[in-house]
Each structure stands twice: as structure tokens, then as C-alpha cells.
Design a protein around this ligand. Structure first.
Ligand code: ADP
Ligand code: MG
Length: 393
């Protein structure tokens, strides 16, 4: 993977694929974390007096839906950079966009319109990739959150221009690569969240590396059910019971502990202030749903993690959006944050939102900005976007 250190950007026009897929509210950027994450790359290029042409996707528009325009991102970017940003409101592959971009001078920052307004974007259409390639003399991929997508603005254009990893991309890949190679042990993984189906490949690959796995969240109920437990009305993926059994068997064959909840906080519905009870995880009464790991489980997980030198965490332990079902997630976050000298990484949209809300992000070695991308990297050891830049460093 070539990096910005190998690019002499002085006076060049540089096309940058960033990840500005931010949440909008009433036409304004609600959370600018991803825009901030792109600043090291943009500022590095500006310091070399390059012309910086930024592009990104936003959401999943069907056609040119005005609700998915990037104008609000341009406004926020102007504030963060403290310099004007030229917003180019045409489809990014169009001749109109090309005409605007051709006229931009050095030191200028431009933001193109949503790449998903182009029907060829997600199909990695070669003609669209050629149209993008006209817009720069070099290409920088900094959209780590999209690096698992073989789309025209991610990998298509990279094959047509000298291409480099941006600072965010570089940082993410280095941080996550340390979870697959050269890690210190004991190495524990904590998994939670809604569905096991999203995370099967990751679990299977990480089982080759880790010393143990702790599983919470709704995902745990598919495992508990697979072992014959009664989980009441908790979420279970009935079609994944066999997969869950296979994972538990593989772990046992390798002699690696898989910790499942022994107690859960259960309620009849997901609502703030609803009556809750702590019940055994494998005997949840009918009519109740397990919505968080219980106090005994919090303690067991924290104890298992206490000697870890490496931890990867993905997925909240409960319905953290609705108190009091945020306590298990808080307990696990605190247990990981308290590890001194350990290498700790959190990845996943909701888990990262949870630790930001708990104010614990600074206590982790690395907080990944890419949910799906970080999981796919840990499953496969690389991503289409990394390969397009020449493979792992
Ligand atoms: P991430 O984005 O960190 O990868 P996921 O998207 O897999 O995490 O899962 C997050 C969602 O899982 C949250 O919306 C949370 O409310 C839900 N969740 C966690 N535990 C439970 C549970 N016991 N029952 C229902 N939903 C749960
Ligand atoms: Mg999520």
C-alpha cells in the first residue's frame, strides 16, 4: 500500500475519495466525526499547495435525490478547514463537473456531488472510473469505511491513476493489522450487537488468533438457544442455530473459552423506565426479552478481560440506546478502558457510538471509523481498497 509519503503532490490536482457518509438532520451535519477524520489528509495536501478534489458517497439514494446532496458537508468542511470549499453540484462523472474541476487553481478545495448519484458507481463501471480519473493527476483513497466496496470511486479509479492511501486509511489499516499479526497475548475478543449473521466470518477467523471470546448482545441468544437454553422472547436467529453450534464446537476443539451470559436483564418490552428483572440467561421466562447482560455476567467478562494484553470489541452488550439496558455495555467499556498497557480496539458503528456517548473513546488505543470495513478486514485480512493500492504494507 503506497502512502502519502510517496506522493509529491506539489502543484498537482489530487482526487481524494473520502468517507463523508455522515448523519444529516434538517439539512445539517449531525455528527461530523467522519469529516474531521479526513482533515489530516486534506491538510497534508494543502500544505503542498495541491488542488484537492474530494468525493464521497452519502447514504443510499435511489437516483439523484436532493436529500442526499453533499452541500451540508461542504459547509461543515469549510468551517473545519477555515477556508472556502467549492461545492460542485453536478453528477461527479459529468462533463460539467470536469469543466469546473479543470478551472480550479492550486490550494483550492472542491467537494463533488454524491458518487451514488452515478448509476455506475456501485457496479464499478469502467467508463465511470475513466470519467473520475480525468479529475486528478493522482488518486488518494482515504475512505476506510468504504474500502470493502469494489465501487468505481474506490477501486475502479485507483487502477487508472497513481494511487495512495490517505492518512486515515493508513492509520486504520495499521491498527487493525495488529489484531491479526504480532499481537500480545492473552488476546480476547468481545462481541455483541444485534445479529450473528453479520459476524460469522469474523468469529471464525478470529478463533485462529484469540485466547477467548466473550459474547453478549442479542447475538448471545442464538448461541444459548443452540445449546438448548430457554430464551423467552429474546431475539434468536433460528436459521443460524447450526452455525452457532459449529462455532462453539470449533472453539472447544481449539481449547478456547467462549463466554456466554449466565444472567440477563429482561423486560417485556424495550422502553425507558419499564420494569426489569435479572434472570438466568438459559431460563428466560416466556413473555420476557433479554435486553442486556446481567451483573454476574458483567463481572465474569471483566475478570476474563483483566489480564488481556490485546482486546478487540465489536457490538454493544445490550440495547444501550435505552437505559437501563446500557449498563452491560458501560461495564464492558470500563473493563477494557481500565486495562493498562494493553492494545485495545473498538470497531462497529453502534459500539463506537456507545463509547463516544460514555466518554471513553480516549481510553482505547484505536477507535475504528469503519464498521463493516473493519469486520471484513478482520475476516479476510485485506480489503478491495487495500488491494487497489498495492496490498498490505
Ligand atoms: P455494531 O454497529 O457495533 O457492529 P450491531 O449493529 O451489530 O453493532 O448491533 C447494535 C444493535 O444491537 C443496537 O441497536 C442494540 O440495541 C442491539 N442489541 C444489542 N443487544 C440487544 C438485545 N439483547 N436485544 C435486542 N437488541 C440488542
Ligand atoms: Mg450497527
Amino acid at each position: 500500500m503506497r502512502t502519502l509519503d510517496e506522493l509529491d503532490a506539489r502543484g498537482k490536482r489530487v482526487l481524494v475519495r473520502a468517507d463523508f457518509n455522515v448523519p444529516l438532520q434538517n439539512g445539517e451535519v449531525e455528527d461530523d466525526t467522519r469529516i474531521r477524520a479526513s482533515l489530516p489528509t486534506v491538510e497534508h495536501l494543502l500544505a503542498q499547495n495541491a488542488t484537492v478534489v474530494l468525493m464521497s458517497h452519502l447514504g443510499r439514494p435511489k437516483g439523484e435525490d436532493p436529500a442526499f446532496r453533499l452541500r451540508p458537508v461542504a459547509f461543515r468542511l469549510e468551517e473545519l478547514l477555515r477556508q472556502p470549499v467549492t461545492y460542485v453540484p453536478f453528477p461527479p462523472g459529468s462533463d460539467q463537473t470536469y469543466e469546473v474541476v479543470r478551472g480550479l487553481g492550486p490550494g483550492v478545495v472542491a467537494l463533488l456531488e454524491n458518487v451514488r448519484f452515478e448509476p455506475g458507481e456501485t457496479k464499478n463501471d469502467p467508463e465511470l472510473a475513466r470519467r473520475y480519473a480525468r479529475l486528478g493527476e493522482a488518486f488518494v483513497l482515504d475512505a476506510f469505511g468504504s474500502a470493502h466496496r469494489a465501487h468505481a470511486s474506490v477501486v475502479g479509479v485507483a487502477s487508472l491513476l497513481p494511487s495512495y492511501a490517505g492518512r486515515l486509511m493508513e492509520r486504520e489499516v495499521r491498527a487493525l493489522a495488529r489484531l491479526l499479526q504480532g499481537y500480545q497475548r492473552p488476546y480476547w475478543v468481545v462481541l455483541g450487537g444485534a445479529k450473528i449473521s453479520d459476524k460469522i466470518g469474523v468469529i471464525q477467523n478470529l478463533l485462529n488468533h484469540v485466547d477467548g471470546i466473550a459474547i453478549g448482545g442479542a447475538m448471545a441468544f442464538t448461541f444459548i438457544r443452540a445449546e438448548g437454553g430457554e430464551v423467552g422472547d429474546s431475539l434468536v436467529e433460528e436459521d443460524k442455530l447450526e452455525v452457532a453450534r459449529g462455532i462453539l464446537k470449533a472453539a472447544r476443539d481449539k481449547g478456547k473459552p467462549v463466554l456466554l451470559p449466565t444472567d440477563v436483564v429482561a423486560a417485556a418490552e424495550i422502553r425507558e423506565g419499564v420494569a426489569t428483572q435479572v434472570v438466568p440467561a438459559e431460563r428466560i421466562p416466556a413473555g420476557l426479552k433479554g435486553l442486556d447482560i446481567g451483573p454476574e455476567t458483567q463481572k465474569r467478562f471483566a475478570e476474563a478481560l483483566s489480564s488481556a494484553q490485546t482486546v478487540f470489541w465489536n457490538g454493544p452488550m445490550g440495547v444501550f440506546e435505552v437505559p437501563p439496558f446500557d449498563r452491560g455495555t458501560l461495564a464492558v467499556a470500563r473493563a477494557i478502558a481500565a486495562l493498562e498497557g494493553a492494545y485495545t480496539v473498538v470497531g462497529g458503528g453502534d459500539s463506537v457510538a456507545a463509547i463516544h456517548r460514555l466518554g471513553l473513546a480516549k481510553a482505547f488505543t484505536h477507535v475504528s471509523t469503519g464498521g463493516g470495513a473493519s469486520l471484513e478486514f478482520l475476516e479476510k485480512g485485506t480489503l478491495p481498497g487495500i488491494e487497489a493500492l498495492g496490498g498490505l504494507p
